[in-house]
Design a protein around this ligand. Structure first.
Ligand SMILES: Cc1ncc(COP(=O)(O)O)c(C=O)c1O
Length: 388
């Protein structure tokens, strides 16, 4: 098999034909000539089976090592379709406590109304298995997690779930298939907010799922009727973004490590959360299961929330904005974004104290990012190695 960079460029590309295009064309047609009476599949954009969907699915399946894939309108749409393809009224979901806020709301407020119960557990602790119920159908993980970058032992989790006939779904948005391929660790369905690293340029909203033919067929059935198709134009943009995924991840990984090492030595930064550092609680596991430690990093500033706000305002190169995974560096405070619905005490119990800043490191030159962070620390009155 060819390497990931080669597959990112070529998988799902157009056939090499005399006079043919080198790049897949955008096909906006909503319907296609077909003859179902002779066994042909009905091709219709809402059925997520147009040419741009299929080309994109082939590239995604190839990158994740799955049989098939499906692109949909957002990460949330992907998660909703994944869950709906596995559960029905009366079923139970075991979900990681360290879950994206939108997914938590989906489970707590939406699926609960359909008669599907959820228990949140700490999937980094073996005791989570005690929460299994006879009706548990899904174990839902997120790895690495937001914003502490906790890494899950997906093999152990999958084995435990499969012993009880539960399906394992993992949101691997923070890793991308370049750094982690959950299917290789026994996971049944991998999900991404493709709005992040897969698109990579903060200009397309999409979600994807990859798994076996049977799992994706079940998701496709849900997607056909709930209707969250990805428009062919957005498919094409995502396909284009994916071509540089491996290259971009290389720089995201390098910047992650460089900024983590710099931050670790800064006196005004009380703690750095990065799985590539030996101080991270999951460092050994991360070194085994990840092919790169990624471009996401958390740091706790001395001086709490006020220092963090001053730091954010003083940034010149990095942008204060939620979301992640783009070529540009974005900085956010989880207390104002992903964890805004929790009280300060609840956040602290999740390990997110005021003063916590989340960095999504882009592909800029690391020395420019370090210079920007250093000047912002100084401007925020946080002690720095330079001023000390
Ligand atoms: C880890 C994770 N999962 C899922 C989502 C939801 O994705 P989307 O915004 O594309 O619906 C996000 C968005 O921030 C995310 O960070």
């Amino acid at each position: 098999m060819t390497g990931p960079s080669t597959r990112a460029v070529h998988a799902g590309g157009p056939p090499a034909e005399e006079g043919g295009p080198v790049v897949n064309p955008i096909v906006p047609s909503t319907t296609f000539y077909s003859d179902p009476s002779s066994g042909g599949e009905v091709l219709y954009t809402r059925y997520v089976n147009g040419p741009n969907h299929l080309a994109l699915a082939e590239k995604l399946a190839s990158l994740e090592g799955g049989d098939d894939a499906i692109p949909v309108a957002s990460g949330m749409a992907a998660m909703a379709c994944a869950l709906l393809s596995c559960v029905r009224a009366g079923d139970h979901v075991l979900a990681t406590d360290a879950i994206y806020g939108g997914t938590r709301v989906l489970l707590e407020d939406e699926l609960s109304r359909l008669g599907i119960a959820t228990t949140f557990v700490d999937l980094t602790e073996p005791a989570w298995e005690r929460a299994f119920r006879p009706e548990t159908r899904v174990v839902l993980g997120e790895s690495p997690s937001n914003p502490l970058l906790r890494v899950l032992d997906l093999r152990a989790i999958s084995d435990a779930a499969h012993r009880r006939d539960a399906v394992v779904i993992v949101d691997a948005t923070f890793a991308s298939p370049i750094n982690l391929r959950p299917l290789e660790h026994g996971v049944d369905l991998v999900m991404h907010s493709a709005t992040k690293y897969l698109g990579g340029h903060s200009d397309v909203t999409a979600g994807v799922l990859v798994g076996s033919d049977a799992r994706i067929a079940a998701v496709r059935e849900r997607a056909r009727v709930w209707g969250p198709l990805l428009d062919p134009h957005a498919c094409w943009l995502l396909e284009r973004g994916l071509k540089t995924l491996a290259l971009r991840m290389e720089r995201h990984n390098a910047n992650g490590m460089a900024i983590a090492r710099w931050a670790e030595a800064e006196p005004g930064i009380a703690r750095v959360h990065y799985p590539g550092l030996a101080t991270h609680p999951d460092h050994d596991l991360a070194a085994r299961v990840l092919d790169g430690f990624g471009g996401m990093l958390g740091m706790e500033l001395e001086g709490g929330g006020e220092a963090a706000t001053r730091f954010m305002r003083a940034l010149r190169l990095a942008k204060a904005a939620p979301s992640l995974g783009g070529v540009e560096t974005l900085v956010s405070e989880p207390r104002h974004t992903s964890h805004v619905s929790l009280t300060p005490e609840e956040r602290a119990s999740h390990g997110i104290r005021d003063g916590f800043v989340r960095l999504s490191l882009g592909i800029e030159d690391p020395e420019d990012l370090i210079a920007d962070f250093a000047q912002a620390l100084q401007a925020a009155g946080v002690s720095t190695a330079v001023s000390a």
